[in-house]
Unconditional design. Structure first.
Length: 449
């Protein structure tokens, strides 16, 4: 059963029997056998057994782990890059933005073809290319070469994120989607609790390029695992027949609900990224946190989100996606401002603030992404989610640039006006709370929203 790729049973059914069951949705192909007409159910994306569904979610979480770690490791390495390549904070912000803006352009291009290929095949190809681009980051000799490598990594990594979210929305029913997103989003927690601290330790002892090389090795291992465990998902390919690439994009953009979802998604990402890329720089220059203490901040934040991600996922399904998002967005606002005002606080105080910031700012993403995925029409979900990845990447890139332009250094080298970046991010968060009320969630009942 597992070798057929979707976990559905392949028992032949005579034509006189019902072609559908209440728990499995499938297409039916007629065949002649022993003089009788039989129908063979072909698996759909939703026909996974609970065990295979869990394996799929863990595989996607592993892929997201390397993708998120590749992006996150840049931020704590900021002070190293500014010294090594003699660049300003704004130039470092451009290095971060290059990744996200490249992901945005790549996602826009991917929206023309994402629904024309099987999910598994496309995911594996993009993931291998992402691993090679990350390896190129690790061997880049100059700032310019690193910039090119980051652009390539963003081009492949940005599509991976959208593809993973699309697979979750394709496979997992609406009523369990919050929990599924919580499992996949646990990759953020693991990347911060283990990935970033270990990466910084590698950078401390083996040089700044060692974390990128280690990520590339992990990509190779996970790609082999994904090839062996992921089911073949091709049901959407048939729905894409007869629809041109630009026609699919036009259909997505023609839906007002999709346009509101894109705005909501942009605000969701913009909120944190006016502040997050510069946390390590601010902690070391203003808060007096030593370089060897930075991994502790990510460790505490990662441990907290490891638990809160699952908790927020369950709350999303039980209390409703929209109410849970609004509550978490409000809770994240003071944490975002506080992390920009920790100068003069003892280390334990800095760790408490940074841990709360990690927990609530990342926690918003669980109901937030479940909302975005549910706002898409199912036949257009692949194209929608890829366009959404472009919107998110562009929002992160613009937010990083805005944050970099707002902050400055004084004569002593201390970061100034960092709190202004938080105010801009909080404003975006408040707008997202208003916009989410305009979204229609497909598959939701009045009590499950």
């Amino acid at each position: 059963m597992g070798s057929r790729g979707a976990g559905a049973q392949y028992n032949p059914r005579p034509l006189c029997r019902p072609a559908h069951s209440p728990t499995l949705r499938h297409t039916v192909r007629p065949r002649i056998r022993h003089g009788r007409l039989w129908r063979f159910p072909l698996p759909s994306n939703s026909a996974l057994t609970p065990r295979r569904e869990l394996w799929l979610l863990f595989t996607l979480a592993g892929i997201q782990f390397t993708h998120i770690l590749d992006f996150m490791i840049m931020m704590p390495l900021g002070p190293r890059f500014t010294q090594l390549f003699s660049i300003s904070d704004a130039q470092f912000g451009l290095l971060v933005s290059a990744y996200t803006l490249s992901a945005g352009v790549s996602g826009l291009l991917a929206s023309t073809y994402i629904d024309r290929f099987g999910r598994k095949r496309l995911l594996l190809v993009l993931y291998v290319l992402f691993g090679l681009a990350t390896l190129a980051c690790g061997i880049a000799p100059t700032y310019g070469a690193l910039m090119v490598a980051r652009v390539l990594a963003g081009a492949f990594g940005g599509v991976l994120s959208a593809l993973s979210q699309t697979i979750v929305a394709d496979v997992v029913p609406f009523e369990r989607r919050g929990r599924a997103m919580g499992i996949v989003m646990t990759s953020f927690s693991v990347s911060t609790v283990a990935g970033v601290p270990l990466g910084l330790i590698l950078a401390e002892h083996g040089g700044w390029n060692m974390p990128f090389i280690a990520i590339a090795v992990m990509v190779g291992v996970l790609a082999i695992l994904a090839a062996r465990t992921m089911p073949v998902m091709t049901a959407h390919v048939h729905a894409a027949h007869g629809r041109t690439a630009l026609g699919g994009i036009g259909q997505v953009l023609a839906d007002p609900n999709h346009r509101w979802a894109f705005l909501f998604s942009a605000l969701l990402m913009f909120t944190g990224f006016t502040v997050i890329p510069y946390i390590t720089i601010y902690m070391q220059t203003n808060a007096g946190v030593r370089a060897d203490q930075i991994p502790l901040a990510y460790l505490c934040g990662g441990v907290a989100t490891l638990f809160t991600a699952r908790l927020f996922g369950r709350l999303t399904d039980r209390r409703g996606k929209v109410p849970t998002f609004r509550w978490l967005a409000l809770a994240a606002a003071p944490c975002l401002l506080a992390i920009t005002l920790v100068q003069g606080m003892p280390l334990w105080g800095v760790l408490v603030v940074s841990t709360l910031m990690f927990a609530f700012v990342s926690g918003r993403m669980i109901p937030g992404m479940a909302i975005v995925a549910s706002a898409a029409q199912a036949p257009l979900r692949g194209t929608f989610m890829t366009l959404n990845a472009s919107v998110q990447s562009a929002a992160m890139g613009v937010a990083s640039l805005v944050g970099g332009m707002l902050i400055s250094r004084d004569a002593q080298g201390l970061v100034q006006n960092y709190w202004m970046s938080a105010v801009v991010g909080i404003t975006a968060s408040l707008l997202s709370i208003a916009v989410v009320g305009r979204l229609h969630l497909h598959g939701a009942t009045a009590s499950s929203k």
